[in-house]
Design a protein around this ligand. Structure first.
Ligand code: ZN
Length: 133
């Protein structure tokens, strides 16, 4: 893995949360994007070299809806940039880590993504991200 790509924060109302984090960061988001396949809408803030992703559900079956039915809004996942997501997924599988999808999915911000099951990683939801070239 190369570096932390972004930190994901689960929110119920993306517009209200954009306003809060605009105040916190002193700047506007640089991108907002719906990911239909995941049932989410995302909003990205660039803070120096780091990115924060706000993520809200767009339907009741979304993983974010399920998360927010069990947890308060807040820290949701840590995403790591990888060079080759398929190689990294294979390596992690061989290490006994459970992946939430068998093949990479198209995520927000021009990325191929894969989540690791938090039961394999001390309760931390980890996302792998590979830039689509
Ligand atoms: Zn993410």
């Amino acid at each position: 893995m190369q570096k932390i790509e972004h930190i994901g924060i689960a929110v119920t109302d993306i517009d209200a949360s954009n306003k809060i984090f605009e105040k916190v960061f002193g700047k506007e988001n640089y991108k907002s994007e719906k990911v239909e396949s995941e049932g989410v809408v995302t909003s990205f803030f660039q803070i120096g070299e780091n990115k924060i992703e706000l993520v809200a559900a767009t339907n009741p079956d979304s993983p974010i809806s399920k998360f927010l039915s069990r947890n308060r809004e807040g820290m949701h996942h840590i995403a790591f940039a990888v060079d080759n997501i398929e190689v990294e997924m294979e390596r992690l599988k061989n290490e006994g880590i459970t992946l939430l999808n068998d093949v990479p999915k198209k995520g927000a911000d021009n990325k191929l993504i894969c989540f690791l099951h938090p039961n394999s990683t001390n309760g931390v939801l980890i996302e792998l991200c590979q830039e689509i070239k």
